[in-house]
Structure formats: C-alpha cells, structure tokens
Design a protein around this ligand. Structure first.
Ligand SMILES: [Zn+2]
Length: 225
C-alpha cells in the first residue's frame, strides 16, 4: 500500500483553505473530513474536533466562537507579525521590574519569566509595549488555558462563597455586583453562578480557607481546583 502523503491535520487545512474567510461550524468540516479520510485512507478519522482546535491553537485558524472557526490567510501572516521582538520583550520586562505582574515572583525566585499579550493575538491584540505584560510561566500557562475572564469569574465565585460563609455583607454585595456584570454581558456563561445557589466549591475547602488573615487582610482562595 502506498505510504500516506498527508496527515489528518493537512486534510482539515485543505478544507479551510478551500473555504477562506468564511466562518465555518464544526459539523460542516467534520462531516467532510471524516468522509474524505475514509475514502482516501480507508481509516476512521478520530476526534476531528480536537484536530480543529489544535489548528486554532497553532494560529492557523481563528476561533470565532465556540465551534466556529475561520481561515484567513491575511490573519495567519498578520499573527506572526504580532509576536514581540526580543527588544520589546526586554523593555516590557524592565518596565515590570522583571517580575510576574500577578504573583510578583522573579528569576531570583526560580521562575521563568515570559512576555504575554494582554489582549490576545487571537482577538487582534498587537505587539505593542502597552499590550505586553510580564508573567511567570505558571501564570502565563494559566491565563492561556483558562482565559483571563474565566479565571476572574472563578475567583469571584469562590470569594463570594467565602463571603457568604463568614457573612461578610460588604464583600457579598461587592461579589454579587461583579458577578452580575458577567451575567449581564453573558461572559463565560458556561461557568454557572447565581445569587441563590452560588456554591461551586466543596464546603470542607471553604471551611479550611479563612476569609481574612490575622491582619484583617482579604485572602483570595487559590483559583486551582
Ligand atoms: Zn506569576
């Protein structure tokens, strides 16, 4: 049998490049690649959804919204132009004091520093000094994987739970207001929150995390599970 000359990713690329600058929903691509792959190789194309997502992560496709992707040749070229140059990275890190802007750790603490686009490239974020921030590898990873608004929402939900637990009225109303903004704008609606049912964290964990430290300073629970 002839050796395969193309990969599953190539097949997905083929479909998108034949349909440039068009928002395409998953099922349309999936149906085509599954059928084509079967015809060309006699094999089953496993997990095409994941393959499409990986092309978006690589920057080949633009994610328009959940399950909708777009191939735009101008965007692919443009995206590469929006990487920070080594000189820009140095300026940004110097401005941030060579420390992660979230946890304040630097190289002396043994963390690797990276320069991140505050507004992601996927959303048209540019390689400008203003759009750059210094993050440790862990927080950069976390931001990329959870997304900034998502991380924020989870953090406020947990803070809200803690506030309820300790009956901190002022903090409860603050969190309700912030989370209300998420609801109003329909941001990260897959993370459920409502005033009444708020709870999304095991009660034992809430008990273990004191809301304020000995100096009365607010303690933010870790956003990790
Ligand atoms: Zn950090």
């Amino acid at each position: 049998m002839a050796k395969r000359k193309f990969s599953q990713l190539d097949l997905i690329k083929e479909y998108f490049t034949q349909n440039p600058k068009r928002d395409i929903e998953h099922p349309e691509v999936v149906d085509w690649v599954v059928k084509e792959w079967k015809e060309r190789t006699g094999e089953v194309f496993r997990d095409p959804d994941r393959a499409i997502r990986s092309l978006a992560q690589k920057g080949f496709l633009q994610k328009i919204k959940k399950g909708v992707y777009r191939y735009d040749p101008d965007f692919v070229v443009h995206r590469e132009l929006e990487d920070f140059t080594p000189e820009q990275k140095e300026i940004i890190m110097k401005r941030d004091g060579y420390k992660c802007v979230i946890c304040g750790k630097g190289r002396e603490d043994g963390v690797e520093l990276q320069v991140d686009h505050i507004k992601p490239k996927d959303f048209g974020g540019k390689a400008t000094i203003e759009n750059g921030q210094t993050l440790c590898a862990q927080h950069n990873f976390r931001k990329k994987n959870y997304g900034q608004t998502e991380t924020g929402k989870k953090m406020f939900i947990r803070l809200y739970e803690l506030a309820q637990k300790s009956k901190d009225k002022e903090l409860i109303s603050f969190c309700e207001e912030v989370l209300g903004v998420y609801v109003k704008h329909g941001i990260n609606s897959h993370i459920k929150w409502s005033k009444k049912t708020g709870l999304s964290m095991p009660i034992e964990k809430i008990k273990k995390t004191p809301l304020r430290d000995e100096n009365g300073k607010l303690q933010f629970p870790d956003v990790d599970k």
